[in-house]
Design a protein around this ligand. Structure first.
Ligand code: AMP
Length: 182
């Protein structure tokens, strides 16, 4: 079963596609955004620490997300494969993940970059109507993506792990391209 990392700007369709492919392969869809939103809703200590960052569209401090991903990948349901959606989000997280995957002997098969033009991204985010999807927050999330997350494209290119998939097509088209990959 595959181990995949989904990269892509906010609004690229990572969450939708990650869910589809995870269901198709019967492996867990590990979304740090979903885990953090649940923590906020349940007012856990993690949620209370993460909320103010999420409300602004900033990244939650590395030490919090790194701990949650380590715990999640050690879970018994994650031993046969997984799809990471929304992690890593910066180079420090990617380096952490590299050494974690080495340590637990779970090499990642592909890093998929879902490519979508900038003008389509903001439009898609406004359409989904999440509470952290106001115009100002969207602008900040795109900025954070450009400054902190997009360097991961080169990071994985250099490690010969990166695969590009055209995310600017109907949902079914993207899913079909992804299924061809795995
Ligand atoms: P997402 O659902 O992936 O768009 O994530 C929603 C929000 O959760 C982001 O805007 C961040 O505030 C936070 N978040 C999710 N994943 C991470 C991560 N890997 N590192 C830091 N913050 C994250």
């Amino acid at each position: 079963m595959p181990r995949l990392i989904f990269l892509g700007a906010p609004g690229a369709g990572k969450g939708t596609q990650a869910k589809l492919i995870a269901d198709f392969c019967k492996i867990p869809h590990v979304s740090t955004g979903d885990i953090l939103r649940a923590a906020v809703a349940n007012q856990t200590s993690l949620g209370l620490q993460a909320k103010s960052y999420m409300d602004k569209g900033d990244l939650v401090p590395d030490q919090l997300v790194v701990a949650l991903i380590q715990e999640r990948l050690n879970n018994s349901d994650a031993q046969k494969g997984w799809i990471l959606d929304g992690f890593p989000r910066n180079v420090a997280q990617a380096e952490f993940l590299d050494s974690l995957l080495n340590e637990i002997d779970q090499p990642c098969d592909y890093v998929v970059n879902l490519e979508v033009p900038d003008e389509v991204l903001a439009h898609r985010m406004l359409e989904r109507g999440r509470t952290d999807d106001t115009e100002e927050v969207i602008r900040n999330r795109l900025k954070v993506y450009r400054e902190q997350t997009s360097p991961l494209i080169d990071f994985y290119l250099m490690r010969k792990k990166l695969t590009v998939v055209n995310g600017n097509q109907f949902m079914e088209g993207v899913a079909a391209d992804l299924k061809k990959l795995i």
